[in-house]
Design a protein around this ligand. Structure first.
Ligand SMILES: [Zn+2]
Length: 55
């Protein structure tokens, strides 16, 4: 599956100084703002592209 989902920019400050975190799978640390965050795969978009969820 998705071995690496490496972010190029910190989603919080936009810095590029990202390092893999030891906190867990998909976890990254930004050394620009010293935030730690985690990427999570949510799922695939529907073929139509639109989010249509009606219970
Ligand atoms: Zn940052």
């Amino acid at each position: 599956m998705s071995e690496r989902a490496a972010p190029f920019h910190c989603p919080y400050c936009g810095d590029e100084d990202l390092r893999p975190s030891e906190a867990g799978h998909g976890a990254w640390e930004c050394h620009g703002c010293r935030r730690a965050f985690q990427l999570k795969f949510l799922g695939l978009l529907s073929p139509g592209g639109a989010h249509e969820q009606r219970d």
